[in-house]
Design a protein around this ligand. Sequence first.
Ligand code: NAD
Length: 377
Amino acid sequence: MREVKDITAMSVDERIAYAKANSPLTEEELQMIKEGSALTTDRADQMVENVIGVYFLPYSIAPGFVINGKEMIVPMVGEEPYVTKSTTSGARLAAANGGFTASTTGSFMIGQIQMLNIENPETARLKILEDKQRLIEAANKVDPVLVSFGGGCTDVEVRTIETMTGQMVIIHLIINVCDAMGAQAINAMVEAAAPIAEEITGGKTNLKVLSNYAIYRLARARVCIKKEDLGGEENVDKFVSAYAFAAADPFRAATNNKGVMNGMIPVVVATGNDTRAVESGVHSYAARNGRYSTITIWEKNNNGDLEGMIEVPMAVGTVGGTTKFHPAAQVSLKMMGITKADDLEKVIVSVGLAANLGVLYSLVTVGLHGDFESARK
Ligand code: NAD
């Protein structure tokens, strides 16, 4: 691992030169970011409704990330001071210890079909499962492009649930969305499959829409930091008790997870992805055991070193939505050398873990306010 420069004291132009020397970006692409000229009002007018202009945010870089052995500079777009600096210090600490090891479960998302007025819900459940191939075929017909990339609906799950308005049958289409975030694709597929479900059961469908609780699209990262690099085993113990606090107390878990999102969301924004989709997925997963808890775990290993990990749903794409349409999103992906959604997911969770590491290090040593004040001097 090459020594990573501290770019905090550099001028903007020096940082641009650093990014040019350490990423595949061209002078023109970097100038476009510097000038804030990536998104014109005309282009924005094609993205969303009722446009009258564009809104700018700081575009920063976090150098020194090592993820699965690959070194990279990570783009971060956000308004909060100290976040990039603290995330970078987490990344540097990780890199000195071999970096992050990240993995994913694959891009499988869930599309839901809500069925009402079913007289025999359990019989309906079995009938749908017996005939699930018809739903899969109807769904896959609407997105031949996705199917051509090896994606599409792969399976069907059915549950019956009790609600305040009575019993319902809920169908889940399991859809491989490959490199897309997938929302539009999934919504089209559940709408196409719903009439088949009505035909099979004789019931009526109501909502047909994706779920952001993407439990089959998880991304994971872990890191091991030597106790010497944390100022000794005493600080490792402080990390572990900070984790225990967050695991037991939703008040602390909420702030811990906000700190993790401080790292993740700026990368989601920089790559043109949907922040609300990521946030709803992460927070619903944080409450999966019936109580809101932390999404990062810190443990001490047999050597007295610190082991950290994160596992969350991560529905982001490198195609579709705004990712291909916003020129700055393309620059951000190119900066990291990423073309596949899977690789972007690994980066985002690693950055989240780095943010958590950086902030917890401050909290267990000098304190967040003390570190913030010294960073501003
Ligand atoms: P999309 O429809 O723009 O792009 C996906 C399509 O790209 C696929 O259906 C496929 O036909 C095509 N494609 C080409 N190459 C592909 C590849 N390698 N892998 C996968 N697909 C490929 O976008 P989307 O990803 O379906 O939807 C994302 C958008 O939906 C985002 O803008 C998001 O904000 C929005 N959205 C989100 C929600 C939600 O999260 N609840 C709801 C509605 C809309």
